[in-house]
Design a protein around this ligand. Structure first.
Ligand code: FAD
Length: 489
């Protein structure tokens, strides 16, 4: 018998070597596929790559699960610090800690985005089937021919590929090319808030704040958060309405704003005005688009990560969700026998409803983080939720825990939370009804005991036990002369 014809490994191009592009390259390389990754920036691991913005991310179960599938979870978590709760900073400097989970043990993990990107690039470099092309900025792409053009320091470069996946972030150039095709829907929603990174240095060689928490300064219209770094510094992100951020245009105004809003943090940032002037303002956008996958005549083009569904950062899920995309696409490739067109369509059909859900939750959580977390009602609700979780382990799980500490699909999380709310409301109604009922029975028995038996009725236990003597005429409601409605209960 002849040997079966050798099937060439599928050729895939990924545009963007950010977090999601790198992780996807690892997944595909593990499947034995030939992958070329084009990245517009220089290699961030090179000495002269320039300083990139040092956002800190909270990586939680969804991201860790995807990393685990390619054996990278331990490497990544080594550079991360666990945060089992949030530490609220009141304007007067009072601190209060709120654990994220009912048992207080589950944690989200603080990691610098650039450190994570470098670790993933190192991992990608370990796969012989992956080629990394830095300083290649995609400028144009045609799904009908599979032809791409890149700007490089040496001039324009052309490449052709049968599978092209845009992992090029919220401002995706791949998406911009798909947008010109009929039937492509794009909805971008900018938040009128900007963000600015600031750094709290180590103090006397130690952390200036508790490193076991995500610190939040909720101030209603604005807020600041701070996440710990292994070098004992904290990376702060300040979220303010864009117009008000722009108005802080002199060192004196910055000083005043911080002294008024974040006095305890102000004391920990000696070069506040200099940092504020140096660091740019970032913008926050939610991107919803459809379809993610376009079947051209000669190529299939698709989107992943922020390119497909950028979300605001207030649930700490953007990268986690993008990593989950990679794991799902890997599953779809396995299910379709590495048929990229079928797998990418399947991946989109499974992920879109979930990414739409987390986009909405992330927007809602902004109000919670900047405002509600400081309120008594919020704290009481959290305590009640944690109590329910302890009483009904595995049966009642809060939305935060389902989002951050599980891989239950986001849309299913919402269905489950709605179900839990329905039955806790029903249970609360029953408990209220039963206590009211018990209260009325008790009251009636007390009255009966005080005023003596109804004509023809049997003496109640209170009367038998001598309660009537204790509650004599004129004491309590029984003494008002009103009598229980006979025979009601
Ligand atoms: C302030 C802030 C806080 C956040 N906190 C969290 C958090 O706590 N937890 C969490 O999970 N997520 C968080 N996120 C979200 C997270 O950073 C993103 O979801 C994640 O970085 C998306 O990864 P990506 O690879 O899809 O896109 P990106 O990280 O944006 O990477 C895209 C890559 O594509 C490259 N590129 C762009 N255009 C081109 C082109 N034309 N040609 C070639 N290459 C190109 C870019 O240079 C970049 O390297 C936060 C985001 C912000 C802004």
């Amino acid at each position: 018998m002849d040997d079966p014809p050798e099937v060439a490994a599928p050729e895939v191009t990924i545009v963007g070597a950010g977090l999601v592009g790198c992780l996807l390259a690892c997944f595909l390389a593990r499947r034995g596929h030939a992958v070329t990754v084009y990245e517009r920036r220089p290699d961030p691991r090179e000495e002269n790559a320039g300083r990139s913005r040092s956002i800190n991310l909270a990586i939680s179960e969804r991201g860790i699960d995807a990393l685990r599938r390619v054996g990278l979870d331990e490497t990544v978590l080594k550079a991360a610090l666990p945060m089992p709760g949030r530490m609220m900073h009141a304007p007067d400097g009072t601190l209060s800690f709120q654990p994220y989970s009912a048992d207080g043990r589950r944690a989200i993990n603080s990691i610098s985005r650039s450190a994570l990107n470098r670790a993933l690039l190192d991992a990608v470099g370990g796969f012989p089937g992956v080629r990394l092309r830095f300083r290649h900025r995609l400028t144009t792409l045609d799904p009908d021919t599979g032809r791409m053009e890149f700007d490089t320091p040496g001039g324009p470069v052309t490449a052709v590929a049968p599978v092209i996946i845009g992992a090029d972030g919220a401002g995706s150039a791949v998406r911009a090319r798909l947008q010109h095709r009929p039937g492509f829907d794009l909805h971008q929603e900018y938040l009128d808030y900007g963000y600015k990174e600031l750094s709290i240095p180590a103090r006397d060689g130690d952390f200036a704040l508790d490193p076991g928490a995500l610190h939040i300064w909720p101030r209603g219209r604005s807020m600041m958060i701070a996440l710990p770094n292994p070098d004992r510094s904290f990376t702060c992100t300040l979220f303010w309405p864009e117009r008000e951020l722009a108005e802080l245009d002199t060192p004196a105004k910055v000083e005043r704003a911080f002294t008024e809003n974040y006095p305890d943090a102000r004391a920990l940032i000696p070069d506040l005005a200099a940092q504020y002037a140096l660091n740019p303002v970032g913008h926050l956008v939610t991107v919803r688009c459809e379809p993610w996958t376009v079947l051209g005549r000669a190529a299939v083009v698709s989107l992943i990560g922020d390119a497909a569904h950028a979300i605001v950062p207030f649930y700490g899920q953007g990268a986690n969700c993008g990593f989950e995309d990679c794991a799902e696409l890997d599953r779809c490739l396995a299910e379709t026998g590495d048929d990229y067109a079928a797998a990418l369509l399947l991946y989109e059909s499974r992920r879109k409803v979930n990414t739409d859900t987390i986009a909405r939750l992330a927007l809602d959580n902004f109000v919670e983080m900047r405002d509600k977390v400081a309120s008594r009602a919020f704290l009481a609700r959290k305590r009640a939720e944690h109590a329910l979780e302890r009483i009904l382990p595995g049966r009642y799980v809060s939305r935060y825990e389902l989002v951050s500490f599980s891989t239950v699909p986001y849309a299913e999380v919402e269905r489950r939370v709605a179900r839990q709310r329905r039955w806790t409301a029903a249970a609360a109604l029953v408990v209220t009804g039963v206590s009211a009922w018990a209260g009325v029975i008790l009251r009636n028995r007390v009255r009966a005991a005080v005023t003596g038996p109804e004509p023809g009725s049997k003496p109640g236990p209170a009367a038998k036990s001598g309660l009537a003597a204790k509650w004599g005429p004129g004491r309590g409601r029984a003494g008002t002369g009103r009598r229980p409605r006979a025979g009601r209960w």
